[in-house]
Design a protein around this ligand. Structure first.
Ligand code: ADP
Ligand code: C5P
Ligand code: MG
Length: 217
């Protein structure tokens, strides 16, 4: 697997921006990512969606991925990172929302070593389990893991393996926490404020004509 970027997140003289979108199952990551795509031009890559597409495609790993999702377990990072990397390369974009990833330390380390990309920041949707459970049980997207038995397992994995990743980035001052229990529009107001201040920070890459976007030696 080749890296997506050369060094310091640079690709063809432009900075590749990755925002990790984390939060428990049902906290609203996918819902808010769709809004961010509309307003800020990011490409949304949901690790869970990519894994579900891999099952549907009939790939050799499909059966294994399917049974892991049913059990709420985290699929080996090698598989997920490869899918993310392919999707990034195919998108032609240089701004990505990576949703539901990294889910554990292994995910984080593999992504970092394979792609060489460090996230701009982590958008963290903070939501009580009770509310997440209610949302998952009424999601009605025909998902095999939105049942009470699997939901319990997913919550346990989230607490034990995923929250430590949020804590890791938090200790580096790299987490933007959102109160995800509010209504969808209210949550998006908070999300917008975060992305608006980030855009200010990276504006030079957006504002200059393409011809000036090449990094000078
Ligand atoms: P995630 O991607 O974090 O698992 P989703 O975005 O799929 O979560 O949301 C889970 C369910 O909850 C969906 O049915 C969605 O429509 C609903 N939902 C999302 N955000 C909210 C919110 N702020 N308030 C109430 N329901 C929400
Ligand atoms: O994020 P989402 O709820 O769509 O994830 C569904 C399932 O996909 C997870 O419970 C897990 O089994 C699998 N997954 C994974 N590794 C990730 C993201 C999702 O194994 N990084
Ligand atoms: Mg989702």
């Amino acid at each position: 697997m080749g890296t997506v970027v050369d060094a310091q997140n640079m690709k063809y003289g432009r900075k590749v921006i990755v925002v990790f979108v984390l939060g428990g199952p049902g906290s609203g990551k996918g819902t808010q990512c769709a809004n961010i795509v509309q307003h800020f031009g990011y490409t949304h890559l949901s690790a869970g969606d990519l894994l579900r597409a891999e099952i549907k495609s009939g790939s050799e790993n499909g059966t294994m991925i399917q049974s892991m999702i049913k059990e709420g377990k985290i699929v080996p990072s090698e598989i997920t990172v490869k899918l993310l990397q392919q999707a990034m390369q195919e998108s032609g974009n240089d701004k990505f929302l990576i949703d539901g990833f990294p889910r554990n330390e292994e995910n984080r380390e593999t992504f970092e070593s394979v792609t060489g990309i460090a996230p701009e920041f982590v958008l963290f949707f903070d939501c009580p389990e009770e509310e997440m459970e209610k949302r998952l049980l009424s999601r009605k997207q025909g998902r095999e893991d939105d049942n009470m038995e699997t939901i319990r397992k997913r919550f346990k994995v989230y607490m034990e393996s995923s929250l430590p990743v949020v804590e890791y980035y938090s200790s580096k001052g790299n987490v933007r926490k959102i109160d995800a229990v509010k209504q969808v529009d209210a949550v998006f107001e908070d999300v917008k404020a975060i992305f608006n201040s980030t855009i200010e920070k990276v504006a030079p890459y957006e504002d200059f004509p393409t011809s000036l976007n090449t990094k000078m030696p």
